[in-house]
Write a protein that binds this ligand. Structure first.
Ligand code: NAG
Ligand code: NAG
Ligand code: NAG
Ligand code: NAG
Ligand code: NAG
Length: 824
């Protein structure tokens, strides 16, 4: 019986331990309860706030939710009375909103969108000594990418993961119990608050290659992710924009990503490269096998890509299609990947014409994936271009990790396992998408539908597809009696999952449809959104507030859209707010919250151990060397280590590595002679010279402190420390909610031995030619290595650089345990 049911309950309670400076508002509890049944996640955020003032004041509620989720409920409870948000058709909600604005009483709309999260904000006036409870529910179907599902919860005060509890057969708990002490002393409890995303990554165990089936209340869901098949070699053509707008960082990151992608091609893949501006350039006229020689040659081509000129998307894509068509490979999967950052400006520039041309040329034979770089590109056009050709459009955000985004996308489609996948069911209706052009390793196909024929004794699934060399068929048949769920919580979720998936797919399909068909799809999506109370692009939620029936409207925001388009409304609210004292439940307040308890419960008959959160369990340390390329190595988190020691000059530096999920150091201590001690954390810097203690704060203005042979220079987020003949710069990095320290040694004595995990002054190695895996000769040892990209935190800008990844032991000739210390 392969009922897959993974229930995960995440539950947090927060208490205020300190009231705010003004002591007039008290957020006395904050819960996040996220339940994942299989892959369908329902998250409820509850915040309870008391007004401690003897007069009424405005209380704000602000949270971030995942972009792919739909809000399905919002309510405020004030003095035992509940005000429910009502989901309405967008136009109707807008009308109501406009009327309210014209009566001069409404507040502005409340959303903005980021890379993975969007904001939900609202506020309400609360009477003297009264309380308000905000409760927001959102739902999402978690997608499997690269072999795992990811549940992202943006809950600011969740840095601490205290312990993992053991797994029992059906229920597993992950508990987070930071003590009050730990919370208040934690290094990131600075002004930024404990600002973090909790990411829960998991995969499920699959008992059958034919997929997992769950049925309940007349609905079914089928998750299909077989692994018993060989990869299919691919024919891939990369179509790369090198127009003028790609200049600078974008083209650099593209080159970087392409070099890595080329290294990842399998030897039996065939590939082609096209770069385009106003004119099309191919690396080779035909697709070539990804042999070592060809890959090296292609890399040379990539390194020489420069930018300039206009954008001829039409000719570039048609050329690529032509190349794939001309050099077909038996038993392979063809893929086109287009990367561009702008609209077509030369050749055929009419988007409709381009779509028509490309669709005709591809003829449904293979997918076209489009990657839109930045926000100058008409993403709608690219999305459409891809959807029409069995692919998807993806946005690449202009950021320091753009190269990793590009590479990440490629990895998702790097291993085709099946093509022409058809999933068939008997006695069903209202199926979600059930044919797929290609299926990739690490992904999953999900089909849901309604069971209309209740007379059938068994429910059967059939999947027909092409694998590398043959047609494959997966059958499974389950007695319907066995399928009726014994879990009450399943009753609703399959139906909601079906509705969620149907709405998502209809919204996508609408992009491609015209006239009556488009209207029908829209109506169907709208009806379902209203029935299931989803806030989708077609609906809005109207929240009526107690005072004068004032209303607010929450839309599903569109990416790239400016928040608060309704300026009249938002002007009103800002005027109101001036009159009232304003308290925003925003990240600034979180340091005042005391995080009390958080638990994750995983309940599943077939669960696989999860990795909870740690995007990382180690940090990667970069080490410049005498050679052209730096070395790097991993050091596990959550311990105290000796970073550097120089006995003759009486210098040592120790560091506390963050607990897992962290990116760097939470504290660094430097000792010089017997009397100088410098302790740095994310919140403050304390220096003692044996007599006096001086405190610095990272925020203060440029400060220079000089004494004996010690010099301390503090500028924004950087402390430059010289002690004797050693110079170290400690940087404070603040990125994506992470705050951590990083040491950079800029000057050290060459003649004496240094000991610590930062390694000795200069390490040289030799790159050994010839072998399959790259190998270095390091300290007279042959060490297998791989080329990886790392952020160089030794510089404030943290640029991404390449390095040879080697085991720590190979660099230090010692075990890590030899460098741990008990005291900083
Ligand atoms: C969390 O949500 C689940 C499902 O709705 C519910 O059964 C459970 O009681 C909730 N837990 C808490 C602590 O509110
Ligand atoms: C509120 O309290 C302050 C002092 O705590 C007092 O001066 C003021 O008169 C009170 N206002 C009302 C409306 O009771
Ligand atoms: C698919 O990915 C898994 C790991 O995610 C790997 O173990 C497996 O070998 C891959 N399958 C193929 C055919 O490459
Ligand atoms: C499901 O399909 C049936 C007929 O096949 C149709 O009458 C019904 O309206 C559909 N239901 C929904 C919710 O689309
Ligand atoms: C400062 O450093 C110099 C040379 O490094 C040394 O000779 C001198 O004694 C040091 N002074 C103090 C006060 O430590």
């Amino acid at each position: 019986m392969d009922k897959v049911a993974l229930t995960l309950t995440l539950f947090g309670l927060l208490f205020t331990c300190v009231n705010l400076a003004k002591q007039d508002i008290d957020i006395y509890s904050f819960h996040i309860n996220s339940t994942v049944t299989s892959r369908y996640a329902t998250t409820v955020i509850t915040s309870r706030v008391a007004n401690l003032l003897n007069q009424s004041q405005e209380v704000h509620f602000e949270v971030k939710i995942p972009k792919d989720a739909f809000i399905s409920q919002f309510k405020m409870t004030i003095e035992e009375k509940t005000y429910d948000g009502v989901v309405k058709e967008k136009e109707e909600a807008q009308q109501q909103y406009n009327q309210a604005v014209s009566r001069g009483q409404s507040a502005g709309l409340v959303s903005a969108v980021g890379r993975t999260l969007e904001d939900f904000k609202t506020s309400v006036t609360v009477a003297a000594f009264s309380k308000v409870t905000f409760e927001l529910t959102y739902e999402e179907l978690l997608k499997r990418r690269l072999g795992k599902y990811e549940l992202l919860i943006n809950a600011q005060p969740m840095q601490f993961i205290d312990e993992f509890h053991s797994w029992r057969s059906k229920v597993a708990w992950v508990k987070f119990y930071p003590t009050r002490d730990q919370q208040t002393k934690c290094d990131v409890c600075s002004k930024n608050g404990l600002n973090g995303n909790l990411i829960i990554m998991y995969d499920v165990e699959r008992q059958k290659q034919s997929g997992d089936l769950t049925v309940s209340n007349g609905y079914f869901v089928h998750y299909f992710a077989p692994t018993d098949i060989q990869r299919i070699p691919k024919n891939v053509v990369f179509i790369i924009d090198r127009s003028g707008s790609m200049s600078g960082k974008k083209i650099e990151q593209t080159r970087l990503a392409m070099l890595r992608i080329l290294s990842d091609l399998a030897v039996d893949d065939h590939f082609g490269l096209i770069t385009f501006s106003g004119h099309i350039q191919t690396w080779k006229p035909e697709l070539l096998k990804a042999t070592e020689g060809h890959v090296e040659e292609a890399k040379m081509f990539v390194k020489r890509i420069t930018s300039g000129g206009s954008t001829d998307i039409n000719d570039a894509v048609l050329k690529a299609v032509d190349m794939i068509n001309k050099y077909p490979q038996e038993g392979s999967a063809s893929i086109l990947i287009l990367l561009t950052d702008g609209d077509p400006t030369t050749g055929e520039t009419n988007p409709l014409k381009i779509q028509e041309n490309v669709k005709k040329a591809i003829g449904e034979k293979f997918p076209l994936y489009s990657l839109g770089f930045g926000f100058d590109v008409s993403f709608e056009f690219l999305k459409k271009l891809s959807l029409e050709n069995n692919g998807v459009g993806r946005r690449i955000y202009e950021d320091s990790d753009a190269d990793l985004q590009l590479q990440g996308f490629y990895e998702e489609v790097a291993i085709p396992l099946l093509t022409d996948v058809h999933l068939n069911y008997q006695g069903v209706a209202n199926l979600t998408q059930s044919t797929f052009n290609q299926y990739y390793n690490g992904s999953e196909i999900v089909v849901a539908g309604q069971i209309t024929d209740n007379s059938l004794e068994s429910f059967t699934t059939e999947v027909i597809a092409l694998s590398k060399s043959t047609k494959v068929v997966y059958h499974s048949s389950v007695l319907t009696g066995d399928l009726s769920s014994d879990r009450p919580e399943h009753e609703n979720f399959i139906k909601r999952l079906w509705a969620f998936l149907t709405v998502k797919q209809l919204l996508e399909k609408m992009v491609l449809l015209k006239d009556v068909e488009k209207e029908n799809a829209k109506k169907e999506a709208l009806d379902l959104s209203l029935e299931y109370k989803f806030v989708t692009p077609l609906t809005s939620m109207v929240v009526t507030k107690p005072q004068d029936e004032e209303i607010q409207v929450a839309h599903k925001p569109k990416e790239g859209e400016k928040p608060n388009r309704h300026s009249s409304g938002s002007t009103k609210i800002s005027r109101r707010q001036k009159a009232l004292s304003k308290h925003v439940m925003s990240p600034d307040l979180y340091p005042y919250l005391f995080f009390f308890f958080l638990a994750v419960r995983i309940e599943s008959p077939t669960q696989k151990p999860l990795t909870t959160s740690p995007p990382s369990r180690s940090i990667r340390i970069l080490k410049s060397s005498g050679n052209a390329h730096p070395l790097c190595y991993d050091v596990p988190l959550a311990q105290k280590v000796r970073l550097q020691q120089n006995v003759p000059s009486d210098f040592s530096m120790n560091g506390q590595l963050e607990s897992f999920g962290g990116k760097g150091f939470s504290q660094i201590a430097i000792h010089y002679k017997t009397n100088h001690h410098l302790l740095l954390s994310a919140t403050e810097i304390i220096y003692n010279d044996g007599q006096k203690t001086v405190k610095f704060s990272w925020e203060q203005d440029l400060t220079h402190h000089e004494r004996e042979n010690v010099s301390l220079i503090l500028r924004s987020n950087e402390m430059d420390v010289t002690m004797g003949n050693i110079r170290v710069v400690i940087l404070l990095h603040k990125k994506d909610g992470d705050v951590f320290l990083w040491p950079a040694i800029w000057q050290q004595p060459k003649d004496v031995s240094l000991m610590g995990i930062l390694g000795e002054a200069d390490i040289s190695y030799e790159e050994l030619p010839g072998s399959q895996t790259p190998t270095l000769k390091l300290k007279d040892q042959e060490v297998k290595t791989s080329w990886v990209m790392v952020k160089d935190y030794r510089l404030a800008s943290a640029p991404v650089v390449g390095c040879w990844l080697v085991p720590f032991q190979a660099v230090a000739q010692r075990e890590l345990a030899d460098f741990t210390v008990t005291q900083l």
